[in-house]
Design a protein around this ligand. Structure first.
Ligand SMILES: [Zn+2]
Length: 160
């Protein structure tokens, strides 16, 4: 028996792989877009801020602002006081300040998280300390800076 061979007309080339698409919320203005390439930095099409895509691991005691679309991890012996906007936050150490996490906030059993925290979801095992104003839910509209949208001239007051 000869092997069955498909007729040539039925041999299709493999469809091209879909481009790797990331869902991105700009940490500055929260504009949502889907860049198709895995770049380390990108410019937000709305507010033109340069966005960092790299994952950050914090190893020391630090203060300041961390803004990335990627993951942020505060390691066990380290702490951050300040502001974080990121796609995913893992706290193994101490954090104090305000954080907007567009994805999951993961706490280590020995971690301490204090401040105003907004995250899409929360994983807090027994032993983790979480104090402050905590909001879990959609982070839509949250960013580092408020966005002012001007939509045409203000409506005229009624003539009197
Ligand atoms: Zn932006």
């Amino acid at each position: 028996m000869s092997p069955i061979r498909p007729a040539l007309g039925f041999v299709h080339p493999r469809p091209p792989k879909p481009a790797a698409v990331r869902a991105v919320h700009c940490p500055y203005c929260n504009h949502y877009f889907e860049p198709s390439q895995r770049a380390q930095t990108l410019t937000c099409p709305k507010c033109t801020q340069r966005l960092q895509f790299d994952d950050k691991v914090l190893h020391k005691q630090s203060r300041g602002e961390v803004a990335t679309v990627g993951h942020v991890r505060i390691t066990a012996a380290s702490s951050l006081t300040g502001q974080i906007v990121c796609g995913h936050l893992i706290n193994n150490g101490r954090f104090e300040g305000s954080a907007i996490v567009h994805g999951a906030l993961e706490l280590d059993p020995h971690s301490t998280t204090t401040g105003e925290i907004r995250a899409r979801s929360l994983h807090a095992p027994p032993g983790a300390t979480l104090r402050g104003k905590i909001t879990i839910g959609p982070t839509h509209g949250e960013g580092l800076r408020p966005v002012v949208t001007v939509k045409g001239p203000a409506p005229k007051p009624p003539a009197s």
